[in-house]
Design a binder for this molecule. Structure first.
Ligand SMILES: NC(=O)c1ccc[n+]([C@@H]2O[C@H](COP(=O)([O-])OP(=O)(O)OC[C@H]3O[C@@H](n4cnc5c(N)ncnc54)[C@H](OP(=O)(O)O)[C@@H]3O)[C@@H](O)[C@H]2O)c1
Length: 328
């Protein structure tokens, strides 16, 4: 019998249940994937906790890698036994196996293992969006990266630094500071858990000779939003792509003018890879960057799928560096 993780009410990690989930044959255009590694992402926490409301009971998970086990009618270009990964809805990656739209599957090259793919496809394609579509790194330009030792943050930091951007990384501990320096960050600002972002902008100004950063990649949201805006150089860009600390404050567009003709973008990877051609092209770029060593898959730990509650506790505790995987 196939199993998956489900929740009937929003709340803490304890709402997550291991349930039987009978799996029909794949329908037209679908493939059945036997998962071998599943990525845990902050969006899973938002959904479980109710910050992003979903109809209940609900399945969870947007990122996994595995083996094609069966093909539905009309599917071409895939074979049973092939290794694939995906990032997208509908949620339900926290499962032993599932049926999934075949055109949304990304075939895996020999250079990437299934575990690496499950650590890369969501977080890496988000980083790809941030360095290719939101702001293309320019050698010597300053970039501020929040949660730089996290799943997305570590890939993003490495990618920006590899392309010559001067990265100021923000993390919550000395241990994480060592990790992001090793990934190429030029400077690190430590804001401890429970600490204030009040001095961040002045520290950034000091590091950049008064100028500020060209781009601020902010996934923390509520706590750091204002400090990120205050850290920008004139004409700078704030890429606000997450809200780990809570919902964003209201923003008066006129403020952006007063603060130096700033721009704010709220990019979402699901939009950027919605077109199957864009998805495959971005995945090719991502796996090429991985094969060349520009980026790496950082796996913090692997836990059995049934121990998903522990994985969520770990991610929310802010003690992880890189990706957490669930193994069915
Ligand atoms: N827009 C998109 O398309 C997109 C796609 C994927 C992910 N995201 C966003 O990217 C961010 C990173 O996702 P991830 O899955 O890779 O998670 P992650 O970065 O591994 O974990 C979140 C990190 O945020 C930092 N943080 C700061 N304040 C926090 C708080 N109050 N509570 C919890 N964490 C806090 C922590 O790092 P420190 O302890 O070092 O501060 C923590 O490790 C999330 O905000 C997610 O929503 C957006």
């Amino acid at each position: 019998m196939n199993h998956r993780i489900s929740f009937q009410a929003t709340g803490g990690p304890e709402v997550l249940e291991w349930v039987e989930a009978p799996l029909p044959d794949p329908g037209p255009g679908e493939a059945r994937i036997r998962h071998t590694a599943i990525g845990v992402n902050y969006i899973d926490i938002y959904q479980r906790a109710g910050a992003y409301p979903v109809p209940l009971p609900a399945a969870l998970g947007f990122e996994a890698a595995g083996i094609v086990e069966a093909l539905g009618p009309g599917v071409t270009g895939l074979e049973t036994g092939q290794r694939v990964a995906y990032v997208d809805g509908p949620a339900g990656a926290y499962a032993e196996a599932r049926n999934y739209p075949a055109k949304r599957l990304v075939p895996l090259p020999v250079t990437v293992s299934n575990e690496e793919a499950a650590a890369l496809i969501f977080k890496g394609l988000t980083s790809h969006m941030l360095v290719r579509r939101v702001w293309r790194p320019v050698a010597g330009e300053w970039a501020l990266v929040h949660a730089a030792a996290g799943g997305v943050g570590l890939i993003l930091t490495r990618w920006l630094a590899a392309e010559g951007a001067r990265v100021i990384a923000v993390v919550s501990s000395g241990e994480k500071a060592d990790t992001v320096k090793a990934a190429g960050a030029l400077a690190v600002i430590v804001v401890p858990r429970g600490g204030s972002y009040g001095n961040l902008a002045s520290e950034v100004r000091q590091l950049t000779g008064g100028e500020g950063v060209r781009v601020a990649y902010d996934s923390v949201g509520k706590d750091s939003f204002d400090a990120s805006l205050d850290s920008l150089a004139q004409f700078g860009l704030m890429a606000s792509y997450g809200r780990a600390s809570g919902a964003l404050p209201m923003l008066d567009p006129a403020d952006l003018g007063r603060r130096g003709s700033l721009a704010v973008q709220r990019p979402t990877v699901f939009h950027h890879v919605a077109d199957p051609g864009d998805l495959q092209a971005a995945a090719r770029d991502l796996f090429e960057a991985h094969a060349k060593g520009v980026i790496r898959a950082h796996i913090h730990d692997r836990l059995p799928l049934r121990e998903v509650a522990q994985a969520h506790q770990l991610l929310e505790s802010r003690l992880t560096q890189g990706a957490l995987l669930l193994i069915p």
